[in-house]
Design a protein around this ligand. Structure first.
Ligand code: SAH
Length: 214
């Protein structure tokens, strides 16, 4: 399999064609080797236009969804970004190419360890890995220029809004357990502006300010 070629095609046919044009974002997707973040027996599907299972009932999101969420953070390069839901580590790897520092939180320890190992192979060294309930945010490194939640939220978790810098952006899927709407929260002084964009389907965010574990 020519993964490099498949990856360039993924960017052209799935990401640019759907309207994402930020050259820094496109460049990150052209570089980060998505196939190393999926289970070995699924590598040949890594650049397909869909989400894939990564174990523990969790998924690596569809490339376009990762790109759409990343683009909404409008990163310039000097930001600190918090990600909730490390999963495979792919989204964290993409973010690491676009900002100064990434903190990524995962509640399933075994997934976090796997993601950490894979990212070590890439040499991306501006990512901090944390195990825990990301609905509480991560106050130690707050406030953040950007926060991204890659699991479905029943509502906007207040700690995340509180840990956002003025002019910061929070991107998250909000809705029921089976369908959500991609939502961007923009903090402007005392004002909180929210904007909804595309429908999406994510695994549930489980925690104090998310869904209850069943
Ligand atoms: N961003 C990931 C996709 C994540 S799937 C990637 O690029 O592959 C969603 C992840 O969120 C799952 O791994 C799930 O275990 C995790 N998760 C769910 N609730 C969480 C919480 N409260 N805190 C941290 N992680 C959570």
């Amino acid at each position: 399999m020519d993964y490099d070629k498949l990856r360039q095609q993924m960017v052209d046919l799935q990401i640019i064609s759907r309207g994402i044009s930020d050259p820094r974002v496109l460049d990150a997707f052209r570089r980060v080797p998505r196939h190393i973040f999926v289970p070995e027996d699924m590598r040949d599907s890594a650049y397909s236009d869909c989400a894939l299972p990564i174990g523990n009932g969790q998924t690596i999101s569809q490339p376009y969804m990762v790109a759409a969420m990343t683009a909404q953070l409008k990163l310039k390069g000097n930001e600190t970004v918090l990600e909730i839901g490390t999963g495979s580590g792919y989204q964290a790897a993409i973010l690491s190419q676009l900002c100064q520092r990434v903190i990524t939180i995962e509640r399933v320890e075994s997934l976090l360890e796997k993601a950490k190992k894979i990212i070590q192979q890439t040499g991306y060294n501006n990512i901090k890995f944390v195990t825990g309930d990301g609905t509480l945010g991560y106050p130690d490194s707050a406030p953040y220029d950007g926060i991204i939640v890659t699991a479905g939220c029943p509502r906007i978790p207040q700690p995340l809004v509180d840990q956002l810098k003025d002019k910061g952006r929070l991107v998250l899927p909000v809705g029921s357990t089976y369908q959500q709407v991609l939502t961007t929260v923009f903090k402007a002084g005392n004002e909180i502006l929210t904007e909804e964009s595309i429908p999406c389907v994510f695994v549930p965010l489980i925690g104090k300010f998310g869904w209850r574990e069943v």
